[in-house]
Design a protein around this ligand. Structure first.
Ligand code: PBG
Ligand code: ZN
Length: 324
């Protein structure tokens, strides 16, 4: 006999009851949209492995930012493709670098759209690593100095928030101190606190033209097997002054999102990275899955795992689907 208290289907039986008892939801307020800003004029080049995502010159970035703002998405995160790369990533901290000019152009037209910048060197170095190379490896402390300079130049150009993605030790503290000492106490840091050395970044490296020319990023990004280390990384970044902590990638690391949610009372972001996007796009282009359904289920998965903020290339579609 099935007892009357076993009837879970009573509630599931009507949409109105499902709606009343739904535990999690996705909102446009949760979303951050990543954009790739390229030097030059009239550029709008689709990334072949990321349908719907473009490398664009500044005027086209501003036009898309208007669309993003119009959809109610609160923020974009910017990546730069500079005209020239060199061993020390000079364009990253030049006051007239690609990102600095892009920030000014967006803020001029859309003062209310939050502009977040990715703070890293890999898009600007000719070797494609996230820092300065010494004796064949990325040197931590000299890289941290440059990252702090980069974050400061973003803030000077008008960035609303900076997001270091390099995984050097001590960079959050260095950036915090540099911002504070230069009149930017109010600019928050969203730290890529827990960032794994992941195969899921493949399409991004095409988009940002940032594939390492030798070796890989395993000496600074985390080993995918590790879980306790994620708690240590997040703790360090919080102690150093991070305002928002992030887990990256998203889908293969939902357990880590939940661990951080349970352990720290901080705003928590998840990066639904390029490879996750490409897989859904490829499968839906083939008619193998229902794109809207799978994307929305994915977003809900991030929320259920405990994320407050979702950085995703699907953001514009999600905003449109939510507003129907
Ligand atoms: C730069 C950076 C990367 C991503 C965000 N910032 C690439 C990397 O570390 O190789 C990946 C984002 C994505 O795959 O969508 N360090
Ligand atoms: Zn990098």
């Amino acid at each position: 006999m099935i007892s009357s208290s076993d009837r879970s289907r009573r509630i599931r039986g009507k949409e109105v009851f499902r709606r009343m008892t739904r535990e999690n939801s996705v909102s446009v307020n949760d979303l951050i949209y990543p954009m790739f800003s390229s030097f030059g004029k009239g550029i709008s080049k689709e990334v072949s492995s990321m349908p719907g995502v473009y490398q664009q010159s500044i005027e086209n970035i501003v036009a898309e930012a208007k669309e993003v703002y119009g959809l109610g998405i609160p923020a974009v995160i910017l990546f730069g493709i500079p005209e020239t790369k060199d061993p020390v990533g000079s364009d990253a901290y030049s006051d007239h670098g690609i990102i600095q000019e892009t920030i000014r152009a967006i803020k001029r037209e859309l003062p209310e759209l939050a502009v977040i910048t990715d703070v890293c060197l890999c898009e600007y170095t000719d070797h494609g690593h996230c820092g300065l190379i010494k004796n064949g490896d990325v040197d931590n402390d000299s890289t941290v100095e440059l990252l702090a300079r980069e974050a400061l130049s973003h803030a000077r150009a008008g960035a609303d928030m900076v997001a270091p993605s390099d995984m050097m030790d001590g960079r959050v503290r260095a950036i915090r101190e540099t911002l504070d000492d230069n009149g930017f106490k109010h600019i928050p840091i969203m730290s890529y606190a827990v960032k794994y050395a992941s195969g899921y970044y493949g399409p991004f490296r095409e988009a940002a033209e940032s594939t390492p020319q030798f070796g890989d990023r395993r000496s600074y990004q985390m080993d995918p097997a590790n879980r306790l280390e994620a708690l240590r990384e997040a703790k360090q970044d919080i102690e150093q002054g991070a305002d928002i902590i992030m887990v990256k990638p998203g889908l293969p690391y939902l357990d880590i999102v939940r661990d951080l949610r349970n352990e720290f009372n901080m705003p928590l972001a998840v990066y639904n990275v390029s490879g996750e996007y490409s897989m859904i796009k490829a499968a839906s282009a083939n008619g193998w899955i229902d794109e809207e359904r799978v994307v929305m289920e994915t977003m809900l998965g991030f929320k259920r795992a405990g994320a407050d903020i979702i950085i995703t290339y699907h953001a514009k579609d999600v905003a449109r689907w939510l507003s129907r």
